[in-house]
Design a protein around this ligand. Structure first.
Ligand code: GLN
Length: 187
């Protein structure tokens, strides 16, 4: 059984845990450094990246997670989790700085803070529901990065080797295909 950690400091933690369990994985809540032991993969959920960053510092998790990413532990960042992974952020200092993408926060303007679309993702499937909530987007991606999906011309899902990041919240719909892609083809 695959053991997948879910960073459990703030945000959509429970939804990821339920989805991982429904896919037959063991989900481990990560709140302190020893929770990171013997994981096969790690999910960084959506929430508020500045809050999650403060808590990562308080619980001394930033360096241990960065080290695991450098050791190629598969990681999946959704929304704020993508912001945490990005090597570069527009107008902000980066956090883990491990995924070769430049990310802009809150890219979708106030009047459409939240919306749902259906994405066709050739590597994963068709009409996959994607919920965007004050979502970031990937402004540019390095050479080794596979761009998996765009919405309105903007990159919203990308894979940098063992790191997967998306702008939206796949855990907030009943569709498990993106998480399944992470768990079965990357972990
Ligand atoms: N706007 C949030 C941030 O900047 C991300 C939103 C989300 O995770 N739904 O961290």
């Amino acid at each position: 059984m695959k053991r997948i950690g879910v960073l459990a400091l703030q945000g959509a933690v429970r939804e990821h845990v339920q989805k991982l369990e429904s896919l037959g994985c063991e989900a481990v809540l990560v709140k302190q450094e020893n929770d990171l032991e013997q994981l096969d993969g790690l999910v960084l959920p959506g929430g508020e990246s500045t809050t999650i960053r403060k808590l990562l510092d308080r619980y001394e998790l930033l360096e241990p997670i960065r080290t695991l990413a450098q050791q190629r532990l598969p990681m999946f960042g959704t929304c704020a989790g993508l912001i945490l992974l990005a090597k570069e952020l527009v107008n902000y200092m980066p956090h883990l700085a491990v995924m070769d993408v430049v990310v802009a926060r809150n890219s979708y303007g106030r009047q459409i803070d939240s919306f749902e679309v259906k994405l066709d993702i050739p590597q994963i499937g068709e009409a996959i529901p994607a919920v965007f909530i004050r979502a970031p987007h990937i402004v540019s991606a390095g050479e080794g990065v596979d761009v998996l999906a765009r919405h309105d011309g903007r990159i919203v899902l990308a894979k940098d080797n063992h790191l997967l990041g998306c702008s939206f919240h796949p855990e907030l719909t009943s569709d498990t295909r993106i998480l399944e892609y992470f768990v079965s083809s990357m972990v």
